[in-house]
Design a protein around this ligand. Structure first.
Ligand SMILES: N=C(N)NCC[C@H]1O[C@@H](n2cnc3c(N)ncnc32)[C@H](O)[C@@H]1O
Length: 424
């Protein structure tokens, strides 16, 4: 299997010349500015909308719609270009072909019991319904459907090689009359019929990482009946400003006086190495929260569109409740499953610090410099989740904040901004 380096190197073998049809001024530092008539070298076409190009030796993202292929270069077009690389499907589905991740998900009782609760509390309404379980993995949700309710059909769709074993598990548990396992990508497989319910456990770290949600939306548009139900029905990303004393001590303060020596010249390195990317699987204690949390993004799974995933913006305003050190922000997500019966109870899966722990835990975004805050201060700003135009399962989370001090005599309003690649 190709390493990432080889993939990127091989990517350079692909170069096409395009002519700019009009001027373009980028809206972020990773976009290329150009003028009408400029001749750009396109090195990669990660998505139909955004390409990776070069002009006068500088590389950046360019909007494909602004470019026309130079006629002369047309016939040399490299027919080997593929948009698949950017989904890293071989690596992604390869990782789900082994038990490690499935064991982690199945061992997560909070997650798995939530899905079982959805099936149990809707078992009567599921009678004679047609269900699609997208990304079924070992098939646990499909088996719950067949065991705890009486749907007429469950299509268990799984792209990885785990599907072969899922078929065995369906047979082993006597569910083959109801559950049909289809191996393949949900975007590509053919179902025998439309479905009444599309259920999926698609959530990644920080809700969207892996961007499996795109597959769920495409399947919704293609296979969900008019009036059909999406499980989850909605999803929310929650944020809170927090202390992270032990993490800060472990990664940064440590260099102040190890064995009585001054290692502080290493602190810029430590900041770069440990605080540049988000920290997955962080466990925030309720006491670490400096304010009440705030839902910064709310996704409606019935109306959300794939194009909306390119950039999602959220606002926040936090009121500091107690003095402490503002080390960073912590995020988690909550999903809701609406009842098949009008007015029926909604089931919630909450991955936050006040709920049962899950394998996602929480995600910590460390600031470059901690700030002391006091009760009455406020922290407000915006969060952007920008999908990576090249690596389609990745994104960058950008936070912009201002801290307004409650102390009258100081009108200091400290502002800050930081972007965290997840992971590219
Ligand atoms: N973050 C998660 N919940 N990941 C669960 C991913 C599970 O869904 C499977 N999966 C992800 N995307 C797809 C897709 N488009 N089609 C079929 N299976 C998929 C994947 O192989 C794994 O078993």
């Amino acid at each position: 299997m190709q390493t990432e380096k080889e993939k990127e190197k091989e990517g350079d073998a692909f170069v096409e010349e395009y002519v700019a049809l009009s001027n373009f001024t980028g809206s972020s530092s990773d976009q290329l500015c150009f003028s009408s008539g400029d001749r750009l070298l396109v090195h990669a076409k990660p998505s139909p909308e955004w390409w990776w190009a070069e002009l006068h030796g500088v590389r950046g993202y360019v909007p494909a719609s602004y470019l026309r292929q130079d006629a002369a270069a047309e016939e040399e077009e490299d027919e080997h270009t593929s948009l698949e690389d950017q989904w890293q499907d071989e690596e992604y589905f390869g990782s789900y072909g082994t038990l490690r991740l499935h064991l982690e998900m199945l061992a997560d009782k909070s997650r798995t019991e939530a899905y079982r609760k959805v099936i149990v509390s809707n078992s009567a309404s599921l009678r004679s319904k047609v269900v699609m379980d997208l990304g079924c993995g070992t098939g646990i949700i499909s088996l719950f459907c067949a065991q705890l309710a009486q749907p007429s059909e469950v299509y268990a769709v799984e792209a990885s090689s785990m599907a072969e074993y899922t078929r065995q598990l369906v047979k082993q548990n006597g569910c083959e009359q109801v559950v049909t396992v289809l191996q393949g990508r949900a975007e590509e497989i053919e179902l025998p019929k439309q479905v009444d319910v599309l259920v999926s456990e698609w959530m990644g770290n920080c809700l969207l990482f892996e961007f499996m949600v795109e597959s769920v939306l495409l399947a919704r548009d293609r296979w969900l009946k008019e009036g059909g139900v999406m499980w989850p029905s909605s999803a929310a990303l929650t944020l809170v400003p927090c202390q992270a004393n032990s993490y800060y001590a472990e990664k940064m303060a440590f260099w102040e006086q190890p064995y009585g020596l001054d290692f502080t010249p290493l602190q810029p390195l430590a900041q770069q190495e440990f605080f540049t990317k988000p920290k997955f699987s962080h466990v925030i204690e309720p006491d670490d929260c400096l304010t009440a949390p705030c839902d910064v993004l709310c996704l409606d799974m019935y109306t959300l569109q794939v194009k909306d995933l390119e950039e999602i913006k959220g606002q926040f305003h936090f009121c500091v409740e107690k003095p402490g050190v503002f080390h960073g922000f912590t995020s988690w997500f909550t999903v809701h499953f609406e009842s098949l019966e009008t007015g029926g109870a909604t089931v919630e899966l909450n991955t936050g610090p006040n709920s049962q722990p899950t394998h996602w835990k929480q995600t910590l975004f460390m600031l470059d410099r901690p700030v002391s805050v006091y009760a009455g201060d406020s922290i407000s700003g915006t969060i952007f989740l920008r999908r990576n135009p090249i690596w389609r399962r990745h994104m960058t989370i950008s936070l912009h904040w201002s801290i307004n001090s409650s102390k009258k005599e100081t009108d200091n309003c400290q502002v800050g901004t930081k972007s965290f690649p997840m992971w590219r």
